[in-house]
Write a new protein. Structure first.
Length: 316
């Protein structure tokens, strides 16, 4: 009887991608983190110009869908997924809408730093989900790095725990768990599918869902100032590039590594606030930044004895 071996995503089964692919995937994840951070910073400009979080979230997946459609068509790639992967990708789009709403609710009900810190539980949640379903394994290096990063983020964000809204705490956990589910499922789905095609279906499903919700909501508010529209447009452009790059990095290094390196995002936000908004950064925050950066560098180094593997999508 012939034994059938089901492949897993690169970097998710204890095997590391080849060195060049690993470095490229890490670089792509880090660039995506920077784009996510700048996108969220520009979102604040859009809010000051008259828009709101609901409107920005409702439009964020439109541009990725349009960009990926034309990229795939112009490159001669198919834009049709098989039924099962298409359904799974559409499901991921729906979950993306849920965790986005949950995160916005957490930010509304909690101090922003607390909401962000809770949301950034998603890297370790992703690692646990992958391990639970046999798509990855929890290593001492991963656990130590993750908890060091979480501690560093607590310092860098200057988190202060006072009386916290329990609904906001629950919303933050839902957002973290929802994003972890999207990353974990994408980890397997993008191994034997073009990550761009999967991201296209995810974006379309999220866009359709948000449009449907918007029809029954009176919360849609577009910017009314030039600066607001500038922030709104560039926030969406950078988010589109970030989401495409992030899911591409999952195909290259696996969800565990890709989500871990997104921890750079809040650090970039702190730096952008210092440079562009003249926000003060305390010595404790600087120590937190140093801890996070050090943990990222430590985790980026391949372990001895790791086997090499290559994701087929990464070679497309």
């Amino acid at each position: 009887m012939t034994r059938i071996v089901i492949p897993r995503a690169a970097g998710s089964n204890g095997c590391a991608p080849v060195k060049s692919q690993r470095l490229a995937g890490i670089f792509l994840a880090l660039i995506s983190a920077v784009f996510f951070a700048v996108s969220n910073t520009l979102a604040g400009v859009a809010y000051q110009g008259g828009s709101n979080p609901f409107t920005l979230s409702a439009t964020r997946f439109i541009l990725p869908a349009v960009m990926l459609f034309f990229v795939l068509v112009l490159s001669g790639r198919t834009v049709v997924l098989a039924r099962r992967p298409a359904v799974v990708a559409a499901f991921l789009g729906l979950v993306s809408v849920i965790y986005t709403f949950a995160l916005l609710m957490a930010i509304e009900l909690l101090p922003v730093t607390i909401a962000i810190l809770i949301f950034y539980l998603f890297p370790i949640l992703t690692a646990f989900i992958l391990a639970a379903f046999g798509s990855g394994r929890l290593t001492a290096k991963m656990l130590v790095s993750t908890f060091i990063v979480f501690f560093g983020l607590g310092l860098a964000l200057a988190v202060q725990f006072k009386e916290l809204n329990p609904v906001g705490m629950l919303a933050g956990l839902v957002s973290a768990f929802g994003f972890a589910i999207v990353c974990s499922v994408s980890n397997r789905l993008m191994y034997d599918q073009d990550s761009r095609l999967v991201t296209l279906y995810l974006s379309v499903a999220a866009t359709v869902t948000m449009i449907a919700v918007s029809c029954f909501s009176d919360s849609v508010q577009f910017p009314i100032t030039v600066a607001g529209w500038t922030g709104f447009r560039f926030s969406n452009v950078l988010y589109a590039c970030a989401i495409i790059g992030f899911y591409r990095s999952i195909a290259m290094v696996g969800a565990g590594a890709a989500t871990f390196f997104l921890n750079l995002e809040p650090i970039v936000v702190i730096g952008a606030g210092y440079v562009f908004l003249n926000q003060m950064v305390s010595s404790w925050q600087m120590a937190g930044v140093a801890i996070v950066v050090g943990a990222l560098i430590y985790y980026s180094q391949p372990q001895r004895g790791e086997k090499l593997s290559v994701s087929s999508d990464a070679l497309v």
